[in-house]
Design a binder for this molecule. Structure first.
Ligand code: HPA
Ligand code: ZN
Length: 335
């Protein structure tokens, strides 16, 4: 508790955050009303909160996450969603946010790029003046929709590429290994985009190896399951490739059931892997004992389970800037 104020005032970057995962039940219902959407499977915000109280795993979570998106229809809806997240993040000491979005989750509902992207982009452009933070956008491909669909999305994103910092892979991990996306990632690299992949969350250490070797990613999203492979831990220590770890997401989605606290302690105290702390889907991964699901709660939780001190917390914040896609001058200014 004594470290709470320190964590809040520590300037931090958030590097693993899905804007769709910031849709709070209250905003869900206000957008449903504004857009005359009457198909939500919950009676009210309280019922939506209750549905988020527990998840059996990644698949169960993803079903609820995609379902809620039916209220996002207009450019302004995307602006409001992204802006609300940044307002909250700024209040917790986040000074830079790298915000992921899932184009396919909108395209497949008939919402075109020209609707959702300008909404997100306008919110990001307004963020320095409105909230005192910088932000950029990272486009994720849903692995379970395959490589061909990912290639189409990349093509559709071409006119907006100046406003996209990088690409990633998310959604179901098992059954959709990284190597399927080699061609798309090569194209993205040729377009000058940075690259990430969710790996070692639902799936094992082999997906982390493949994301590094086949996709040449700049950082690994999640990656906690590197702990199952000592050679991989050694490789990550040596290369300095950062992991964007999301403690409360891993807890709520039961990565390492019953052992996540000990695994995070081990990752942070027994290895030299470059770890950053992030919130993933803060409107879904609530932990009342840690004070919610946003970045502060993730730092609070990991501080408790891993026994971190102020010096280690400051190092995590420095890691978050160093692993960011900010340019060298901006990194230097923050660290
Ligand atoms: N894993 C995979 N896909 C996701 C996640 C996650 O934690 N959050 C949103 N999409
Ligand atoms: Zn994620």
């Amino acid at each position: 508790a004594s470290l709470d104020a320190f964590i809040r005032t520590l300037p931090k970057a958030e590097l693993h955050l899905h804007v769709e995962g910031t849709l709070e039940p209250e905003l869900l219902f206000s957008l449903a009303k504004r857009n005359n959407v009457s198909t939500l499977p919950y009676a009210d915000a309280a019922a939506a909160h209750a549905a988020r109280a527990s998840f059996s795993g990644l698949g169960d979570f993803l079903d609820k996450y995609y379902e809620g998106l039916s209220v996002l229809l207009k450019e302004q809806d995307y602006y409001d969603l992204c802006d609300a997240y940044m307002a909250h993040a700024a209040s917790e000491g986040v000074v830079h946010a790298e915000i992921m979005f899932d184009p396919q989750a909108h395209l497949r509902r008939g919402i075109p790029f020209s609707t959702f992207f300008p909404g997100l982009q306008r919110a990001v452009a307004d963020a320095p003046a409105r909230h005192g933070l910088t932000a950029c956008l990272l486009m994720c491909f849903m692995r379970d929709l395959g490589a061909e669909s990912a290639a189409e999305v990349l093509q559709q994103a071409e006119p907006y590429k100046e406003h996209i910092a990088g690409v990633g892979l998310d959604s179901a991990e098992n059954g959709y290994p990284p190597h399927l996306f080699v061609d798309v990632f090569n194209k993205a690299a040729a377009m000058g985009l940075r690259r990430m992949a969710h790996a070692g969350e639902e799936g094992g250490a082999e997906n982390i190896w493949s994301a590094l070797k086949d996709l040449q990613v700049d950082r690994i999203d999640h990656g906690v399951r590197c702990l199952d492979d000592p050679a991989l831990v050694a490789h990550l220590e040596k290369s300095g490739t950062a992991l964007t770890v999301c403690p409360l997401s891993n807890l709520c989605l039961q990565v390492y059931p019953g052992q996540i606290g000990e695994k995070l302690r081990s990752l942070l105290q027994d290895t030299k892997v470059r770890v950053t702390i992030n919130s993933d889907d803060p409107a879904y991964f609530m932990h009342s004992e840690s004070g919610g699901g946003y970045l502060l709660a993730n730092y609070t939780y990991v501080t408790a389970v891993a026994g971190l001190d102020a010096r280690q917390l400051a190092q995590l914040a420095i890691n978050s800037f160093e692993a960011s896609f900010l340019d060298a001058a901006a990194k230097k200014a923050h660290t």
